[in-house]
Design a protein around this ligand. Structure first.
Ligand code: HEC
Length: 267
């Protein structure tokens, strides 16, 4: 067995005492002093000093303070960003509804009928019952209006305006019982005078329905009636109405003379 030198054993004992706070051997020799960091001769005191210290318990994992790992920039930015308030969610959810309302409030409203043909078609609803429905094909109660019939009866639209304004009931027929410049025989029914009826049409309405029947039902074209047609009306409805009013002002005569009106056809 190998003999451990005495001085090494002493030094080990002193070390152990320093580490654990236990008593160092009282007879620590002078040569052990350097290990305790004390001058020679003070060895026992130096060795006793660590013994006063309470043994500090060894640190455990539980005692380890939680490590604070700093967030990377994007995470930090996301955390510090202001959150959207809850009421904003409801607001955002209603955006599509708002978009619809906005769209429909600025979108064109369903076009109201304008123009001679559209206005005249609306007026014509009051004439359909006697004149064979929407097509104006005629029937037992009223004359045919479509397929060029009115163009033949009234070559000048102004004479047609006069007939519609007074009809047979309002004094627009001839004394012999015929009507129109070509002396059409009356039917068994009676044609109301629309300027003199209990609920009269306005001059503009009579103008519009005249143009609608000629161009919309009877196949006429604006060029046939250069002074009074849908283009003249659409360019200036009030001017067209003024022409109709001039005709109405001729009065309830069966033989209206439209030649004094500027819009009358000359040929
Ligand atoms: C109550 C039935 C009745 C209604 C409503 C009526 N008409 Fe007539 N219409 C007649 C009769 C009947 C004649 C044929 C003339 C006659 O016998 O008096 C006629 C003839 C006409 C003619 C002549 C056609 C041709 O070529 O000989 C025109 C134009 C006309 N009507 C337009 C109208 C217009 C426009 C309206 C509506 C604003 C209308 N009528 C409403 C009964 C009616």
């Amino acid at each position: 067995m190998t003999e451990i030198p005495e001085h090494l054993l002493k030094r080990a004992a002193q070390r152990r005492a320093a580490m654990t706070g236990g008593d160092a051997p009282a007879d620590a020799p002078a040569d052990a002093a350097p290990a305790a960091g004390a001058p020679a001769g003070d060895a026992p005191a130096a060795a006793a000093a660590p013994a006063k210290k309470a043994p500090s318990p060894l640190p455990t994992l539980d005692d380890e303070p939680a490590k604070v790992v700093p967030d990377i920039p994007v995470v930090a930015a996301a955390k510090s960003r202001k959150r959207i308030p809850y009421w904003a969610t409801a607001l955002l959810a209603s955006l599509p509804l708002w978009a619809f309302m906005y769209y429909y409030s600025i979108a064109e409203p369903p076009a109201e009928a304008t123009g001679a043909l559209a206005e005249g078609e609306a007026v014509y609803l009051q004439c359909q019952a006697c004149h064979g429905g929407a097509s104006g094909a005629g029937g037992a109660a009223g004359a045919q209006l479509n397929n060029g019939h009115v163009l033949e009866t009234f070559e000048d639209p102004l004479t047609m305006i006069h007939w519609i304004a007074y009809g047979s009931l309002g004094g627009g027929a001839h004394a012999d019982g015929t009507y129109s410049p070509i002396n059409r025989p009356q039917l068994t029914g009676q044609m109301p005078g629309w300027a003199v009826s209990p609920s009269p049409l306005s001059a503009e309405e009579i103008a519009a329905v005249t143009i609608y029947i000629r161009e919309g039902l009877s196949g006429g074209v604006p060029a046939d009636d250069p002074n009074f047609n849908s283009e003249v009306f659409d360019a200036d409805p009030a001017a067209a109405a003024a022409i109709a009013q001039e005709v109405i002002d001729l009065g309830a005569t069966g033989e209206p003379d439209v030649s004094g009106i500027a819009a009358a056809e000359t040929e």
